[in-house]
Design a protein around this ligand. Structure first.
Ligand SMILES: Cc1cc2nc3c(=O)[nH]c(=O)nc-3n(C[C@H](O)[C@H](O)[C@H](O)COP(=O)(O)O)c2cc1C
Length: 198
């Protein structure tokens, strides 16, 4: 059965290596009946979290900051699969991708507000986080195990704490310039991973 797939692409390069991997992955997903909703978050108006702890009142717009995150909250709640696609920046996600992850905290606040008002069922409905699956897609310059160790550790923790089930990772070293991914077998790996979701 096809899945609702949410792709969060954190690369600021429109035609970069992350975009190429995302396109291959999406093709695989769509060819096997999944629906892909993609956000190029580095090209959107998404501010970093302010840490005000004041969100959660409205589950459809749970953050106090009103920007393009509102579209992502809705897509996140509807998604079966969350795809974290980002180039490696300083052994982690780009700041733009990380801002989206931080801002998802407002959905947890909405869940807490709902729990206070209407019990655990309402809280679960507000967060709609549990039961989701997750994928990591990341190109990087350095092609060593050591280079990827910090992001793998972070991703594993994120999946565990967010209640996401890891469906697979495409980690590609040795690509630096935009377009360097052309002809790389990782593109087929991404396609196959997308196709395996349904
Ligand atoms: C600010 C910045 C930080 C980077 N940090 C790393 C890094 O820590 N490790 C690495 O292997 N590559 C690093 N890179 C290289 C990118 O991950 C690589 O160029 C990637 O293919 C870019 O993907 P894109 O074309 O989708 O933007 C960095 C690049 C930039 C611009």
């Amino acid at each position: 059965m096809g899945k609702n797939v949410l792709v969060l692409n954190g690369s600021p390069r429109k035609h970069g290596n992350t975009a190429a991997l995302v396109e291959a992955f999406s093709k695989g997903a769509e060819q096997t009946g999944s629906t892909v909703v993609r956000f190029d978050v580095a090209l959107m108006d998404i501010a970093p979290c302010r840490g005000c702890l004041g969100g959660g009142a409205d589950v459809n717009s749970p953050c106090v900051q009103k920007d393009d995150m509102d579209a992502i909250y809705a897509a996140y709640r509807a998604a079966d699969v969350v795809v974290l696609a980002s180039p490696m920046y300083c052994w982690s996600f780009t700041a733009q991708e990380k801002a989206v992850l931080d801002r998802l905290f407002a959905l947890m606040e909405a869940s807490m507000c709902a729990a206070a008002a209407g019990g655990a069922e309402a809280a679960a409905a507000a967060a709609e986080s549990g039961g989701k699956e997750c994928v990591l897609i990341m190109p990087a310059e350095e092609n060593t195990e050591r280079n990827f160790a910090p992001i793998i550790s972070y991703y594993v923790t994120l999946c565990e704490r967010m209640g996401w089930r890891d469906r697979g990772r495409v980690l590609v070293g040795g690509v630096y310039e935009a377009g360097a991914i052309a002809g790389n077998p990782a593109l087929d790996e991404a396609f196959q991973l997308g196709a395996s979701l349904a």
